[in-house]
Design a protein around this ligand. Structure first.
Ligand SMILES: Cc1cc2nc3c(=O)[nH]c(=O)nc-3n(C[C@H](O)[C@H](O)[C@H](O)COP(=O)(O)OP(=O)(O)OC[C@H]3O[C@@H](n4cnc5c(N)ncnc54)[C@H](O)[C@@H]3O)c2cc1C
Length: 764
């Protein structure tokens, strides 16, 4: 989580988790600038390292070997990680526009989003060819191609369009892998045929003749048909046509030719080159806007035209870091002059590689091993992180050895005030204008039973309980456990509403309680706005009117809601914790494991994609699930939160006067949860929950079961735990899965109360 002792003074926003930005994140993680907050916005949690992609395609590396986990890297760097797609820039207001969340303000922006395929110019290519770029989506397309070839009867023909180093290397890697796959399947490896199309006379046109000859020989020996002077002009299903007049039938067409810049860049007003790439000067700063930098494929250095290759994007990492530092500190920028010659290590798929530099060229299996060593060393920088002293960015003044963040006079006063001891006499409330600015942008749902709410604020909100209805109350409050106020807001609201859904009520109104760390007004306002936008999205979706709240300053960002729900004035309508009947099946609608996963996240021990999946589970509303359970004659229900599965189950068995059996093997688990508990990582609440082990009759026999610790794992916005008549349970599970609760499972059954004091029995 972000340090709040040092107020945030500047926002450095990184768009895209490309090869340059991973370097920036690592460098800022090692040497943060106090007061400078990093935010990474990226469509992907795992970003591929291009140098190892051909080896991955050939089957020499695993997915994790060749992908950088941006979630972990951002956590190491103390950066906020927003998984989203950037769709534009509002340069006038210095905001990044995103597809799924409110705009993100920046003081300094850097763009490293790679390139986009340019298929539009060739009729039929968009629909009938597989573009290898953007590389972030390449894995999905490659796995689909691999599975199609496996299912394809008889022979398969693959055409690769583009004979630069990327195209040739990719072709040879694909061929190697497909032949191996067919052999393992007991099929004839010669049943896969390859064609390579190039518009020029030569393959690898930017490499020396010696290197070209080597690859010509390899392609010939591997039976690849090379079509020269054959720019592809049209693609139709299963066929491509070249300017040379050749027509070739192909089952798969892979496009590896020149790419361009993302379309949305055209509306930013940034100067672009002819291919739509952002023009940058020698400082990697856009020629248009001094607050915006760009690097990697998306950048076009006006004084140094470069090939679009990952190696350049990697090399731009350090000068980009340096100039972002200098820019935020108000220091003079430093020119970067890329090398005119570089060493390319191009593999042939079969653990053999060719080295190419200027007029030099040599080859061998040892070159592949050398490349493998270099690539793995590079990846280790993003897989293994040094332990950082907690104080790295905390509590230190907003200065560094190289300078200090440049502030206006008003900002300086605000920063001093934020650092100074707050008197508390104001009730530690947030300033009225900050609150008003943040809240005025929000649009809570309007309900006719809300007489006085946020649209007509008074000392308190006034809501009507319609005749014949009962009011159902609940409250929840917790600190931010994720460095993304918008998603935290979503989870906090969903968590609070969970109690209403579990009771069978409909949500009516909510009041918020917020704690936000002090800082520059603009930063506090934005955090409030982002967090409440996320919360409001969930509340509005639940038709729950936000009617008021209280916002105070505190060390940590925290949010809670007092929620009101309505239910018909008929106690039988309430879904209670008591009411389980012996013989009922126990159903759980969401996987468990949030406690251990976020504990691991805090220690950089969780994979980013585990955290992403856990967050998706946490924002899944229990509303439809509760309605569904009611339709299947639910006898008792609760939502899983802080006491964990066992704690909440005991809360159900006690008033029901029954025992229960849990099948540990049937528990739905979040990805990574078992790995985290196996590594001994548990939530700080776990020890309190474990005290309830006395409720487990056969705990001594089960204590070493790998899933045993997870029954104590505290959940945030967990699923519904319900008992349903056994004969309807399977249909109920099917219905819940169809509603989107895809992990729903029958996890045990309700037993008659036995003689033993311990009500819970575990099965392995
Ligand atoms: C199969 C293949 C093999 C290759 N092999 C090599 C090689 O061996 N050596 C080499 O030097 N080059 C190789 N390349 C080329 C290399 O992949 C690219 O030059 C390199 O990836 C460019 O790096 P980058 O940092 O500019 O962007 P990328 O690596 O493309 O990273 C861009 C990042 O930005 C994110 N992003 C994109 N758009 C948005 C958006 N709108 N909002 C938020 N995030 C966004 C993406 O998800 C991604 O994480 C290969 C390419 C392919 C396809």
């Amino acid at each position: 989580m972000q340090s709040h002792e040092q107020p945030v003074l500047r926002d450095l926003v990184l768009v895209g988790g490309g090869h340059s930005h991973v370097g920036v994140l690592k460098a800022f993680g090692m040497r943060p600038i106090p007061g400078v907050r990093l935010t990474l916005i990226c469509t992907d949690t795992d970003t591929p390292y291009s140098g190892m992609l051909p080896g991955y395609v050939a089957g020499h590396y695993s997915f994790d070997d060749v992908h950088i986990d941006l979630g972990r890297l951002a956590a190491f760097a103390g950066a906020r990680f927003y998984r989203d797609q950037v769709t534009g820039l509002d340069r006038a207001n210095r905001k990044v526009l995103c597809r799924h969340r409110p705009a993100v303000p920046y003081d300094l922006l850097s763009i490293n989003i790679g390139s986009t395929p340019q298929l539009q110019g060739v009729p039929g290519a968009v629909d009938n060819a597989i573009a290898v770029k953007p590389i972030a989506c390449f894995n999905e397309r490659w796995l689909a191609l691999l599975s199609r070839v496996q299912q394809h009867p008889d022979s398969t023909t693959v055409a690769v369009v583009g004979a630069g180093a990327g195209g040739v290397e990719l072709l040879l890697a694909m061929q190697f892998r497909l032949r191996q796959t067919l052999m393992h399947m007991g099929r004839n490896p010669d049943n896969v045929h390859f064609h390579l199309f190039t518009s020029s006379a030569d393959i690898l046109p930017t490499h020396n003749p010696g290197v070209r000859q080597r690859f010509d020989a390899v392609l010939k020996q591997r039976g690849v048909q090379v079509h020269r002077h054959a720019a592809v002009t049209q693609v139709s299903p299963g066929q491509l046509m070249a300017a040379s007049g050749e027509v070739v039938d192909a089952d798969e067409i892979v496009w590896v030719t020149r790419a361009g810049g993302a379309v949305w860049l055209k509306d930013t007003g940034l100067a672009l080159d002819a291919d739509g790439f952002i023009q940058v000067n020698d400082h990697l700063q856009t020629v248009t806007d001094p607050h915006i930098f760009a690097a990697g494929d998306i950048a076009s250095m006006v004084n140094h035209p470069l090939e679009k290759a990952g190696v350049f994007a990697v090399r731009q990492g350090p000068p980009l870091t340096e100039n972002l530092r200098r820019s935020v500190l108000g220091a003079a920028l430093k020119a970067y002059h890329p090398q005119s010659r570089w060493l390319a290590l191009i593999s042939t798929g079969d653990k053999f590689a060719v080295a190419s530099r200027g007029w030099l060229g040599f080859a061998g299996a040892w070159v592949w091993r050398w490349k493998d060593w270099i690539d793995r060393r590079f990846m280790r920088k993003f897989q293994e992180f040094p332990a950082m002293p907690d104080s790295a960015a905390q509590g230190a003044p907003a200065t560094t050895a190289t300078g200090s963040v440049q502030l206006s006079a008003e900002e300086s006063l605000q920063a001093i005030s934020a650092i100074a001891m707050r008197c508390g006499g104001c009730g530690a409330k947030v300033g009225a204008s900050v609150l008003a600015n943040a809240l005025n942008q929000l649009r809570p749902v309007q309900r006719s039973d809300v007489l006085i709410g946020l649209n007509d604020p008074d000392d308190a909100a006034v809501v009507r309980v319609p005749p014949g209805m009962l009011l159902v109350h609940s409250v929840d409050f917790f600190r931010a456990f994720v460095n993304d106020p918008y998603r935290f807001g979503q989870v906090a609201a969903n968590h609070a509403l969970g109690d209403l859904w579990a009771m069978g009520a409909q949500a009516q109104s909510a009041t918020a309680i917020v704690t936000v760390p002090p800082g520059l007004e603009s930063k506090v306002e934005d955090v409030l706005f982002q967090m409440m936008s996320g919360a409001l999205e969930v509340l509005n979706d639940a038709n729950c009117a936000l009617v008021g709240g209280h916002t105070g300053e505190g060390q940590e960002l925290a949010l809670g809601f007092a929620v009101n729900g309505l239910i018909a004035d008929d106690p039988t309508q309430l879904m209670r914790k008591g009411g389980m009947q012996p013989g009922d099946a126990l159903i759980l609608t969401k996987p468990i494991g949030t406690g251990t996963l976020f504990a691991a996240h805090a220690r950089l021990a969780a994979k980013g994609r585990w955290i992403e999946a856990a967050l998706q589970s946490m924002v899944l509303s229990n509303r439809a699930g509760a309605q569904c359970l009611r339709g299947f004659g639910v006898t008792a229900c609760t939502d899983l939160t802080g006491f964990g599965l066992l704690g909440h189950l005991v809360e159900m068995t006690r008033p029901s006067n029954v025992d229960a059996e849990i099948d540990l093997g049937a528990l739905p688990l979040l990805d990574g949860a078992q790995e985290c508990v196996a590594a001994g990582i548990v939530s700080s609440l776990q020890s309190a929950n474990v005290r309830l082990r006395r409720a487990v009759r056969n705990q001594e026999a089960m204590v070493n079961h790998p899933r045993y610790p997870l029954i104590f794992d505290p959940q945030t916005a967990g699923g519904l735990l319900a008992s349903v008549p056994a004969e309807r349970a399977q249909d109920c599970v099917t219905a819940l899965r169809a509603l989107g609760y895809v992990h729903t499972a029958i996890i045990g059954r309700v037993l008659p109360a036995g003689e033993a004091l311990e009500p819970i029995v575990l099965r392995g």
